[in-house]
Design a protein. Structure first.
Length: 201
């Protein structure tokens, strides 16, 4: 890609580092920003700088937050007897967008993956166990909303072993055939799990 301006070339190179954005999309974004009034571009720049300087992780659940404790953990309307364990903050956002869950969360910051050199000590697993031990209100159920991968299953197995001493119900989110899909196009593992975990109508 040939650029008539080194400044545009540098901006495109930086924007193209974002996930899911190639050089052509980056160029479109940069040219769009150039067409906007300078104040609009400055607002974007300020928002990104403020984000990097002020964002933090909740000291309770490790989700991203503006304050020391996130708005979910501090909300009096949440069910404190339920904790949903997720891989990262994107999972929290996805579950929250359903509007179906009213409990709390615990963000592990990844899943156990020996091939990638990620062990239990690299995640917020011990912090979860401490949280369960020191919770002012008893936690009755721990929901594992982890990826349907070998790494996700490994993490779930590890947690299952660690939670044996606790009097807590351990559940996992249902895995099955997506709504609106055809059985013939569903992979064998998903279809097999759907049959094994069938529900009564």
């Amino acid at each position: 890609m040939n650029f008539s301006s080194k400044l545009v070339e540098k901006a495109v190179a930086e924007v193209a580092k974002l996930p899911g954005i190639g050089k052509k999309s980056a160029l479109r974004i940069v040219l769009h920003l150039l067409k906007q009034p300078p104040a609009e571009t400055e607002l974007l720049s300020e928002a990104l700088q403020t984000l990097r300087q002020q964002i933090r992780h909740c000291r309770v659940c490790y989700n991203i937050a503006d304050e020391e404790v996130c708005s979910i953990c501090s909300s009096p309307r949440r069910d404190r007897s339920l904790i949903c364990v997720v891989e990262d903050m994107r999972d929290v956002m996805a579950i929250e967008n359903t509007g179906q869950y009213t409990g709390l969360y615990h963000v592990l910051g990844g899943v156990i993956s020996p091939l990638d050199g990620i062990g239990p000590e690299d995640l917020k697993l011990e912090a979860l166990l401490e949280r369960l031990q020191n919770s002012p209100e008893p936690v009755k159920e721990l929901i594992l909303a982890l990826p349907a991968t070998v790494e996700g299953d490994t993490t779930a197995f590890y947690l299952n072993k660690k939670l044996q001493p606790f009097d807590i119900r351990l559940t996992s989110i249902a895995r099955g055939v997506p709504v609106g899909s055809e059985l013939e196009y569903t992979d064998e593992v998903t279809l097999g799990r759907s049959i094994m975990n069938r529900v009564t109508l």
